[in-house]
Structures are given as C-alpha cells and as structure tokens.
Write a protein that binds this ligand. Sequence first.
Ligand SMILES: O=C(O)CCC(=O)C(=O)O
Length: 309
Amino acid sequence: MSSCFNGGAGWPEPVVRVQAVSDTCGEAIPERYVKPPSERPSTTTPQPASGGVLNIPVVDMSMPDSDETVRAVEAACREWGFFQAVNHGVRPELLRRARSSWRGFFRQPAELRERYANSPTTYEGYGSRLGTTKGGHLDWGDYYFLHLLPTSIKSHDKWPSLPSTLRDATEEYSEEVVKLSRRVTTLLSKGLGLDGGRLQEAFGGEGDEGACLRVNFYPRCPQPELTLGVAAHSDPGGMTMLLVDDHVRGLQVRKDGHWITVDPVPDAFIVNIGDQIQVKKRENTHVQLAYRFTRVRSRKKLLSKIDVG
Ligand SMILES: O=C(O)CCC(=O)C(=O)O
C-alpha cells in the first residue's frame, strides 16, 4: 500500500490515501477506519407522524426575489439549517462536466495525483483526513481543496491540469455556484428581517468574501456500516453548497437528536448554514434560535462543496 508523508511540519503520522487502502484492503477495512459504535452511520430514520419519509425541505429557487422564496428559505434554515435548492439556474450540463472532470482526476494514476499533494499546514491540494490525535480514528475519504475567492489567493497552478476539462469546468462551475450562494445570502438576510445586502456586506462584499471548493472522493468501502466518509461536524464558514452524486444517499444531518439520511433530489444543491450564520434572535428576555446549528456526516461517493463566508 502506498503512503506519503506530505510535508506537515511535525505531523506525527504518515498520511495514507484511502484510495490506496481501498485498493488493497480486501473485504475488511483496517482498524484505524472503524468508528466506535456510537459514531457509526445510523440505519434508521425517524418517521414523521403524518407518514411519508422525513427529508430536508426542498426550496424552488426559480423566483429568488419573491416573498414566498424568502419565507421558504427562512423556515428551512430556522427549522433545519438545511435545504435542497432546486431550479437554481446552474445548468445540469455544467454539473455533469464538473462531476466527470473531478471523477477523472481521482482516477488518474497515484503518481500524478501525488504531484498535487497538500500539506496539513496549507491544506490546498490533494489530501486525506488526518487523525486529530495520534492513533485516532480516520475517515474513509480523500479530497481536493482549492481557494476560489478572494482572487488574490486563487492559484491555478494548484489546480490539477488533468483531465484537460478540469480547469475550465471548475472555473465556470465555481463562478455559477458563487453567484447562487449570493442569491441565497440575500434570501437569508431578508429572512432575518435585514436589508438584502446585509449578510453579504458582513462577509466582505461581492468579490471580497472567502470561497473555497472541496471535492470529496469516497472510494469503494467493503464495510460501510463501520465507518464514515466524514465524521460528524458543522461547517465553520457562512454557508455550504453541496452537490452530491445523483442517487447516492449517504449524507446524514442531525435534527432533534436524530440522524436523518438525506434523499438527494437529482442536480439539487444541498444548502447548509455554517457556524458563521448561526444566529440567535433575542425576543423579550428569551434567546430564540433563528438559524439552526447543524451537523453533518457522510459516507458517499463524490461530492463538491463550496464554502462561502
Ligand atoms: O460528503 C458529504 O456529504 C458531506 C461532506 C462534508 O460535510 C464536508 O466535506 O465537510
């Protein structure tokens, strides 16, 4: 199995690619990837009293200026901190191109991928989850991380040059998703009763906000019930726009103490409120939750997420 120590100053352990582990581990995953029972994926989703299957709300974004859309986004973020944005205006053809370009990168030979290996200190490039403590549990996933905004820290040299479609597809995809995230930011501002531009201003204004792309790749796993692609966490930024592989269920979100498996709508973006837009509203003497604190965890195949904030 190949491993690489990719330069983290003083990082105590060699970084091992999950892609390499997956190719060599046979039918049992190594102990390092086995999560304690309380952290394994839950297999049951609570059923709503009204019947049907509990899922995060779906919001139609075809009329982003309407009060109805503001109300739908506000309710979804207050009750869940999550929603699936449909009719969002990003062309399905572009989503396909971005997905297939990145899948192409993860299928390149290991030597080529390693040319872009990141270091735990700069993070940008091809990476694998590190244990937060020596000998700690690892996640079953590799990733690629890039800065998009502000443009002063964006560097195409750090973007893979293969497959040849990747840079153009990523450029166009990220422009469109950042535009969409600005529309959602306006809706979130209005939903909080603020001026539409208020949250955007708080993040530095258009072009000066931070935005980054992370593409997660979850290789074949012989024992998916024992591990997670990404351990439970909340996102530190303002907002995350997740694009998942069509028909791949794996993302779980926590609501009222239960983990719920998201049923993804094809080509929807899963919008997730990050820590920086977690808001508490003071009404009389009570502090009420305005936008919800969220946690996610995942075991899936391929996903891109753009964090803005
Ligand atoms: O893969 C997923 O569905 C979630 C990924 C995620 O939350 C992350 O990369 O922070």
